[in-house]
Ligand binder design. Structure first.
Ligand code: DGJ
Length: 719
């Protein structure tokens, strides 16, 4: 519920568990400014949070340096990270934002051109819209705060409108700002190619901590997410606040702590590569930022994100459906395949009960390697003489759906498309066009490029029975200029590019509602909430080694639901790290996400195929729980030799445990489960055990002998 307490000028956004408090405080000239006073456990009286303004220590110079502004600006004695900065035509960048009005409504508003969480019934959320304005320049900022009534999650966004008479240049146009009292550790997910979303916790420090990307994509290096931890926080205890940007482009999340024990967090566009010219009457919508407070540790926070993102960010037919078990030919064949070879793998897959065949890179143009043909989306008749139509029919005849890889945003210099339209790629006139993986990036801010892609990809999807698309993206920005933006708008390229990507994705997913889309970017280089709005699953990492994957999936689960994480059983020795692991361990790890295979099944022995058949049967029986049940982390791979997580959906409990190294004379492994729905659970040997005992006494887990071992225990709820 959202209340405005008029006499105290307080906004109280609250559920039985959580409170967010905003306050209109008059400044020294009696003009009302908007502060965000509080984010945390439910308050009986929001006025209890008013004491944050009473800090006498800050009397030197400026009280502004402690006040928790909801939309702080530059040049007014705040000194900390600003959320909004608009320069006038002389370059003067002082902005003063004062409250104009507010409006409280049921439900949630969509954000124009951008992905965002949504409601299906307006009772699910309440929205507060507050307008602030700078009277001198006419800059108006429309702040939206949507409270999800069940979970207490808060979706924040900001729209910047030029209501003045002269053009303004936005140098900053943040999505959200929270200024929290106290000191916080900052947990974030960092990484690189094939090692995405590793967990790091940076202790409180009186300086700026920033995670950011200026790559044009959210990137492998930093995920657009951070959690702020107050004191000691474990998976199941302690207070934390998650900040997650629903955006796929260059971004920044800055955390700044000052001498007065205030911690400010500003999230939004990456300021270094951003500026935006705003003519009179024009507006810019900044991306949404979803904040989740938990007093039940990191799992408490993740549970809220998982459900919200799975059910109210992902969309479309596949949102609630069990996802097909797929076989992808990439690690089986790379570029070296033809119709016959693909069918051989498909036949073996069909016999194992696999449901979807995905043809990866190399089916178009003359693509025998990664040096050519991106942009030429016509089948290579040397490899596929009967085309995609025949191939998909034959797959269907085997009982398999058929899926296809694309990398729509890219162009190879050696391609028909590039020869016809050399100016369609991002470039800076007079500078060289540096390739990465031998490719350039199409300028998706150009409407003609967007139209070309909608048409080219759409034509292929209409040409055969294609049920799935893997949408890849394998390089980041360099020399990223747009021919559309040469007149002083260069700082708009990164965001306009992403707006173009979103427009193309919206058009294609809308035109092909039955197709299951999976995102990808050199593995998990664009694994973000923005993508999930268009594609309910994303390839998690190009590292398909089971042991590496435990950490990657564990880190990814801080924010993202298991239903979003593509996880495949690949060959052993593994292609990235040469590690040898059992088929069982590889399957047990992939069970933690969207299950599939990525190896040449036609080369496996009968025993291995039998094992795969059994694995597929198990996954089909369990996937209702792994896709929709509550996922809880139990033991971290970053902290010990045994890692574990569980799924629980009220009917069934699945405990997944992984032991990296075998040790002599080791103590038995006993794992205490967590957040188990009340009831009695039956183990496979018929014994029953209560939810309480599972959480307090735990379960003993026996692993097969040897290194890289795993164990999955399934318990059915009896009542
Ligand atoms: C990167 C992806 O992550 C891989 O799975 C594969 O599709 C290759 N690209 C193909 O080029």
């Amino acid at each position: 519920m959202i209340e405005f307490i008029g006499d105290k000028k307080l906004f109280h956004l609250h559920t039985p568990d959580v409170s967010w408090v905003l306050w209109l405080k008059n400044d020294e000239m009696n003009k009302p400014e908007l502060l965000m006073l509080y984010a945390g456990m439910h308050l009986d009286d929001p006025a209890s949070a008013l004491h944050v303004q009473e800090n006498e220590g800050a009397s030197f110079d400026s009280l502004r340096q402690i006040l928790p502004y909801a939309c702080p600006t530059q040049g007014r004695g705040d000194y900390r990270e600003a959320m909004a900065a608009a320069a006038d035509e002389t370059g003067q960048c002082l902005t003063e934002l004062f409250y104009v009005d507010h409006y409280i409504m049921k439900g949630k508003l969509p954000l124009e051109g951008l992905p965002a969480t949504y409601t299906e019934d307006e009772a699910e959320a309440t929205t507060l819209k507050i307008r602030l304005r700078d009277d001198l320049t006419g800059l108006t900022v429309e702040l939206l705060y949507t409270l999800f009534e069940e979970s207490g999650a808060l979706a924040l966004s900001a729209k910047y409108i030029n209501d003045g008479e002269a053009t303004l240049t936005l140098r900053r146009a943040g999505s959200a700002c929270l200024t929290l009292p106290g000191r916080y550790s900052m947990l974030h997910l960092h990484g690189g190619w094939a090692k995405e979303r590793q967990i790091e916790v940076v202790p409180p420090a009186r300086l700026k901590r920033e995670i950011a990307s200026s790559r044009g994509a959210s990137g492998h290096e930093h995920n657009p997410f951070a959690a702020f931890l107050r004191g000691a926080v474990t998976e199941n205890s302690g207070e934390c606040l998650g900040v997650s940007l629903v955006y796929s482009g260059s971004f920044s999340i800055v955390c700044e702590e000052n001498a007065y024990d205030t911690t400010r967090v500003v999230a939004g566009f990456e300021p270094g590569s951003f500026s935006w010219r705003l003519e009179p009457g024009k507006s810019l919508q900044a991306p949404e930022c979803v904040c989740v407070y938990s007093d039940k540790g990191l799992n408490g926070m993740s549970h809220v994100y998982h459900r919200l993102y799975r059910e109210r960010l992902c969309r479309g037919k596949w949102r609630d459906r069990e996802r097909p078990i797929l076989i992808n030919n990439w690690e089986a064949t790379y570029f070296d395949f033809d119709h016959k070879k693909l069918l051989k793998i498909a036949r073996a897959a069909a016999k194992c009960g696999i449901e979807l065949f995905v043809l990866d890179d190399g089916w178009f143009g003359r693509r025998d390697g990664d040096t050519c043909s991106l942009g030429d989306w016509t089948p290579d008749t040397r490899k596929l003489p009967q085309g995609l139509g025949k191939l998909s029919e034959e797959m269907n005849a085997l009982g398999l759906m058929f899926g296809l890889w694309f990398e729509p945003e890219m162009v190879s210099p050696d391609s028909e498309l590039y020869r016809a339209h050399p100016d369609w790629c991002l470039h800076v006139p007079g500078r060289r066009r540096t390739t990465a993986r031998n490719q350039l990036i199409l300028d998706l801010s150009l409407p003609q490029v967007q139209e070309y892609l909608i048409d080219a990809v759409g034509s292929v999807l209409s040409s055969a029975r294609i049920s799935y698309v893997k949408w890849d993206m394998n390089r980041n920005f360099k020399e990223a200029g747009s021919s559309l933006l040469l007149d002083g708008r260069e700082g708009e390229t990164a965001h306009r590019y992403i707006l173009g990507v979103y427009r193309v994705m919206e058009a294609l997913t809308g035109a092909f509602p039955d197709v299951l889309f999976e995102g990808c970017s050199g593995g998990g280089g664009r694994f973000d909430p923005g993508m999930l709005y268009y594609m309910p699953q994303i390839w998690t990492s190009d590292d398909s080694d089971a042991v590496e994957r435990i950490g990657i999936q564990y880190g990814t689960s801080l924010v993202y639901p298991a239903s979003a994480m593509g996880a495949h059983v690949s060959a052993s020795p593994n292609h990235q790290v040469s590690r040898v692991t059992s088929l069982k361990t590889r399957g047990d790890v992939a069970l933690g996400g969207n299950f599939g295979y990525e190896l040449d099944l036609s080369k496996l022995s009968d025993e291995e195929l039998d094992e795969i058949r059994a694995q597929v049967k198990t996954v089909k029986a369990l996937r209702r729980t792994t896709m929709k049940g509550e996922f809880t982390r139990l033991l971290s791979p970053w902290e010990g030799n045994v890692a574990a997580w569980q799924f629980a959906d009220g009917e069934r409990l699945i405990l997944c445990a992984y032991r990296v190294l075998n040790r002599p004379n080791a103590a038995p492994t006993v794992i205490r489960l967590s957040s188990v729905p009340e009831g009695l659970y039956r183990l496979s040997d018929g014994k029953t055990v209560s939810a309480g005992d599972l959480m307090h006494a735990g379960l003993r887990v026996d692993f097969p002998r040897g290194d890289f071992a795993s164990s999955v225990i399934v318990l059915e709820r009896v009542f």
